[in-house]
Design a protein around this ligand. Sequence first.
Ligand SMILES: Cc1cc2nc3c(=O)[nH]c(=O)nc-3n(C[C@H](O)[C@H](O)[C@H](O)COP(=O)(O)OP(=O)(O)OC[C@H]3O[C@@H](n4cnc5c(N)ncnc54)[C@H](O)[C@@H]3O)c2cc1C
Length: 434
Amino acid sequence: MSEWTNWSGLESSRPTRVEEPTDTAAIVAAVERARTERTTVKMVGTGHSFTAISAPEHTLLRPTRLGGILSVDREAMTVTALAGTQLKVLNAGLAALGLSLHNMGDIDEQTLAGATSTGTHGTGGTWASLSAQIAGLELVTGTGEVVRATATENPDVLEHARLGLGALGVLTTITFRVEPLFVLEATETPMSWDEALDGFDQRVAEHHHVDTYWFPHTDRLMTKTNDRLDIGVDEAEPLSALSGWWEDEFLSNTLFGALNHVTNRFPGTIRRFNQVSSRLLSARTYSDAAHKVFVSPRTVVFREMEYAVPREAGLTALREARAAIEASSLNITFPVEIRVTPADDIPMSTSNGRESMYLAFHTHRDADHLAYFALLEPIMRAHGGRPHWGKVHTRTAADLAPAYPRFEEFLALRDRLDPDRVFANPYLRRVLGD
Ligand SMILES: Cc1cc2nc3c(=O)[nH]c(=O)nc-3n(C[C@H](O)[C@H](O)[C@H](O)COP(=O)(O)OP(=O)(O)OC[C@H]3O[C@@H](n4cnc5c(N)ncnc54)[C@H](O)[C@@H]3O)c2cc1C
């Protein structure tokens, strides 16, 4: 029996059967067999969810042989790819075609289906999540039917399955809206707490994308703003290989990882460590093709909880989180990440119907994440927060339902597309019910 483990090492399971389908027919066969046997099937991505959302029970399907761009429609400005394609493969393929996604998150390791199924998002822009950039998809339902969904064909399936939690079917293809390849200029500026928070709303209004990191136990934040430049990629001024390596690989990953090992053994050194590490990162400006500016390497393994609170409550929630951390005896090495998103219309999206501020809390894999997240989750809940579906939280169907106006509609579609719960696992039973 082989073991499935996620990226953070927090979740694992022992599926009875492991398959690597090469086409839709093989997925249909796996689903039909599970239905007959009354077992379950789970297509996983790259396991970058911190929750057990992709943990397989009986049959594990791996997406390894389901990658690549299938077609480009330059009139409609859409690109269709196999759902198991990794984001980094899509980005490179799009760039070669002179095209780009509108927005994305911090990394590009995930699969298209995995990232969209949990609502993976970036910050700012017209759309912040990858799901909001979907124009069409195809999936294999729990009854083994292959369903195409666009704005005109099965529009209800498209609406929900853009962010389907892996509960509605196995996605086989995804069609994204794309735009001409563009250049982003990133400006990273260290700031004090007051300077960063006082100017926060204005900064968000003036820049396309704003990402902010607060270093717990210090008064220091790092603000990253990304703005579109009207120049070609060949005119951009990327970081030199040396400074990119020094700041993004060495300081942010290698040294940071090594120092975390020290602070895990000697927690008393953490406050001093954060003072030093927040000052090591200095101001810098660079520009490059958008997908290269959005992402950074992440080689230090961590655990994360991220909540979306209504935008207007965001800074209050952040101030309360800071007060709670400072009043506790916890020693936190990882910065708290702060992002903002426009409202979207995806039923299970954490940004559904409201502009949002995302507050993300991280700990090193060897540190105790439970006490930290338990301290902060009640604050996020008190502000009407919705937890990222792929990041650690303790919510259940009973208390998630009131947070999502169209929760019941999603459950009704699940009943229709997966009546026998072929795609169920313990996480989905917890957050959606049986
Ligand atoms: C280092 C790191 C950085 C991250 N940065 C961000 C970020 O910036 N923003 C953000 O929002 N999130 C971020 N995340 C979270 C991550 O994007 C999500 O958890 C995402 O779901 C992971 O994608 P995956 O391919 O690993 O999918 P998995 O975690 O393997 O699976 C996620 C879900 O997708 C389902 N699924 C996979 N393939 C299919 C398919 N073909 N059909 C139907 N369902 C399918 C799985 O069953 C499961 O339900 C980060 C995570 C890590 C570890």
